[in-house]
Design a protein around this ligand. Structure first.
Ligand code: AKG
Length: 298
């Protein structure tokens, strides 16, 4: 009897076992390999802007009702900051971590505006390029507004789809928004000292989800004087250095709106914004023409 026959029959099984073993080792090694962990959004030392007093009236969400807001602030066309929202926003914060934005939306093309008042130019990049190149770098004094890119507001793709509707569905509207009002959301991410110079439009809310956003607000008249081609950071820094207020004497209100806070910007009020940290935020532009009940329990 040839002695080689049995071993030839066993060899394929042994080879298969070796293949399975190698495959399991490779799988285990790949699984154990640390996934490139994404860092968190970063806080920033905003210098003199770390400690600005808030001159806008504030109200805790627990004391706020739609009726009280409409009577006290909407009817008077006056701004207000709502505090105490952070505990209600854990899920939305989780959906908008730096890692989730990169993993879930990194390849989505976003339309960026230049950071001047009239947002003259638009630049399209992937969200990953924007986060890793633009948000990463704090805006500096002397940086030109038309070379400073900012993402908020423009969220409809060229084919008319809104890839952000899934994310927006996770954001429960504020209770101070009437249930039957027309609401348009505008979501954004900004790097340290980015923002928008003075401009006006209809009323709405801006909630800071992550980071801090400093707001400047002035009533519709008199219109403040400003250079629309200077970044919000440069304008705000020069204003601070001058001892402020020659642009809109005594009328310019300021407040840092931190994570879990929302500001109401009334119709036609001038406003400028300055993100102090890497910040995530969402605005709700509201048609307050129609009255109604608040939407949620927030
Ligand atoms: O969030 C910002 O920085 C700008 C918000 C704003 O002013 C707007 O949406 O018009």
């Amino acid at each position: 009897m040839p002695r080689t026959a049995p071993s030839r029959r066993r060899r394929p099984r042994r080879a298969a076992r070796i293949v399975v073993l190698v495959a399991s080792i490779v799988t285990a090694v790949v699984a154990a390999r640390p996934v490139a962990a994404h860092r968190h959004w970063r806080a920033h030392d905003a210098g003199a802007f770390n400690q600005r007093p808030c001159t806008v009236p504030t109200m805790d969400v627990a004391d706020a009702s739609l009726e009280r807001f409409m009577r006290t602030f909407a009817a008077a066309n006056a701004p207000v900051v709502i505090t105490g929202l952070r505990a209600h926003r854990a899920a939305f914060r989780e959906a908008t971590t730096r890692g989730r934005m990169l993993d879930d939306y990194g390849d989505v093309k976003v339309t960026l505006s230049t950071a001047n008042t009239f947002s003259y130019d638009k630049v399209v990049k992937t969200l990953r390029e924007y986060i890793e190149n633009d948000v990463e770098k704090a805006v500096e004094i002397g940086q030109r507004a038309n070379e400073t890119l900012y993402w908020f507001g423009d969220h409809v793709d060229s084919d008319g789809r809104n890839v952000w509707s899934t994310l927006f569905a996770e954001y429960a509207p504020l209770s101070l928004v009437p249930a039957d009002a027309d609401v348009a959301f505008s979501f954004g991410i900004g790097g340290p000292m980015s923002g928008v110079p003075l401009h006006v439009h209809g009323p709405g809310w801006s909630e800071t989800i992550v980071g801090r956003k400093h707001w400047f607000l002035a009533p519709p008249t008199p219109a403040p004087e400003f250079d629309p081609n200077v970044t919000a950071f440069q304008w705000a820094s020069e204003r601070l250095r001058r001892g402020h207020n020659d642009d809109a004497p005594e009328e310019m209100l300021e407040c840092t709106v931190a994570s879990g806070e929302a500001i109401y910007f009334p119709n036609d009020w001038w406003h400028a914004t300055l993100n102090l940290d890497e910040s995530v935020f969402i605005s709700s532009f509201v048609n307050y023409a129609r009255d109604g009940e608040g939407k949620t329990e927030l």
